[in-house]
Ligand binder design. Structure first.
Ligand code: DNO
Length: 389
């Protein structure tokens, strides 16, 4: 059995229309009700409204990415019990509409983080990029986080100071907006809100954050089990601590902790090769073997690191991750389960006509379509050789 080809669509405001998605060859949609504030219940009515729009185009809504976990669940403060109840209600409502794969993440304060959204590649296309020096410029001089200086080695501090001195006000504002970009269609946070949220983590270390995740999963997994929902936690992107915050979904050990501390059937992983692969410490095939059939969703994307740990998003088949080995392992897992595991080409370069358009960073059409086509060929080739004789 082959994996199912899906495509992330940010809803009716996405510049990539469903008709175009259909033409990429993908058959499933990955989306979320981005307009619903984090923590609120997704009503059956709103879910169905979105489902019908997708259905009318000949596609199906297969995966939710993401039902956002409210910050107070991560910090276990305020009315986090209510937010957990809301989360349960949302997955109950999703299941009643037939949507059974739910992605989420447990990254504190900021979702995925990059420092450049227009990093020019040799062929003229543009990629997303992460650079430690620029992150430090943001952290030290824009955010002005307390004790930020302790988070960086001397080399980074010096280079960050140099860069800060040469950057114009516009460049600094751009850097701020890039780092705080967030998810298209969702409310952007201000610097002040970010500082407030960061303050709430003053006493939360790795162990405490892990405990919040374990508690959350222990609460929602039994509900998900009953509904046949597959939960899929997305790894930290990038997979290391940033802005002085603990990150707990960054390594094989983290993933094993998540799966073994709450061993319910519904508790699973969104295996994001781009996130995990940006960490030199990660062996992706080994991580996949450890996940086994708790592999609920797959993001395929590649990255290329330099010796300082900075990285850009590379072509799907051409980066530090050996995509052949990864797809082979994912297909091996696929043969052990009854229904197709969805994958999506995660991000793509902005290229060709898309360079002239306003697109969501990483989510323009042509670059992702190139990625999807390459991955499709790779998957069919491996599948034909190993499983279809
Ligand atoms: C970025 C994405 C993330 C991801 C969420 C999952 O493009 O990989 O925003 O969707 O972190 O919860």
């Amino acid at each position: 059995m082959l994996l199912k080809e899906t495509w992330r669509w940010f809803g009716p405001d996405d510049p990539v229309q469903l008709q175009s998605v259909l033409q990429t060859g993908a058959s499933g949609i990955v989306t979320a009700l981005h307009h619903v504030p984090a923590g609120d219940v997704w009503t059956v009515e709103e879910i169905n409204k979105r489902k019908n729009i997708i259905g009318a185009s000949g596609l199906t809504w297969d995966v939710v990415e993401s039902v956002t976990v409210h910050e107070s669940i991560k910090t276990q403060t305020g009315n986090y019990h209510n937010y957990i109840e809301n989360y349960k209600q949302t997955i109950i409502n999703l299941a009643s509409c037939g949507i059974k794969i739910v992605t989420y993440n447990f990254m504190p304060v900021n979702d995925w983080t990059r420092t450049n959204l227009d990093y020019e590649m040799a062929d003229g296309s543009r990629a997303l990029y992460f650079n430690w020096y620029d992150l430090a410029v943001f952290d030290l001089y824009i955010l002005q986080r307390k004790n930020a200086i302790e988070s960086y080695p001397e080399k980074i501090l010096l280079e960050a100071e140099n860069r800060y001195k040469t950057y114009t006000t516009t460049q600094l504002e751009q850097l701020r907006d890039i780092i705080m970009f967030g998810i298209p269609g969702e409310k952007k946070q201000t610097l002040e809100q970010m500082r407030n949220k960061l303050g709430k983590y003053a006493d939360i270390d790795r162990a405490a954050l892990r405990e919040s995740l374990r508690f959350f999963l222990q609460e929602i997994s039994p509900v998900a089990d009953e509904l046949d929902i597959r939960l899929a936690i997305h790894p930290d992107d990038p997979p290391f601590d940033i802005l002085g915050l603990p990150r707990i979904v960054s390594s094989e050990e983290d993933i094993q902790y998540i799966l073994t501390s709450v061993p319910n059937k519904s508790n699973g992983i969104c295996f994001c090769t781009g996130s995990l692969g940006a960490g030199k410490h990660n062996d992706l095939v080994s991580i996949l073997r450890g996940i086994g059939t708790h592999l609920h969703f797959v993001h395929l994307r590649n990255t290329k690191r330099d010796e300082d740990g900075n990285f850009y998003e590379a072509d799907h088949l051409n980066g530090d991750t050996d995509m052949y080995e990864v797809v082979k392992e994912v297909l091996a897992t696929q043969q052990l389960v009854d229904s197709p595991i969805p994958f999506r080409p995660d991000h793509g370069h902005q290229m060709m006509d898309d360079l002239k358009k306003i697109t969501n960073p990483g989510y323009s059409c042509i670059g992702r379509m190139r990625g999807l086509s390459e991955l499709r060929g790779l998957q069919i080739g491996i599948h034909r050789t190993l499983y279809d004789q």
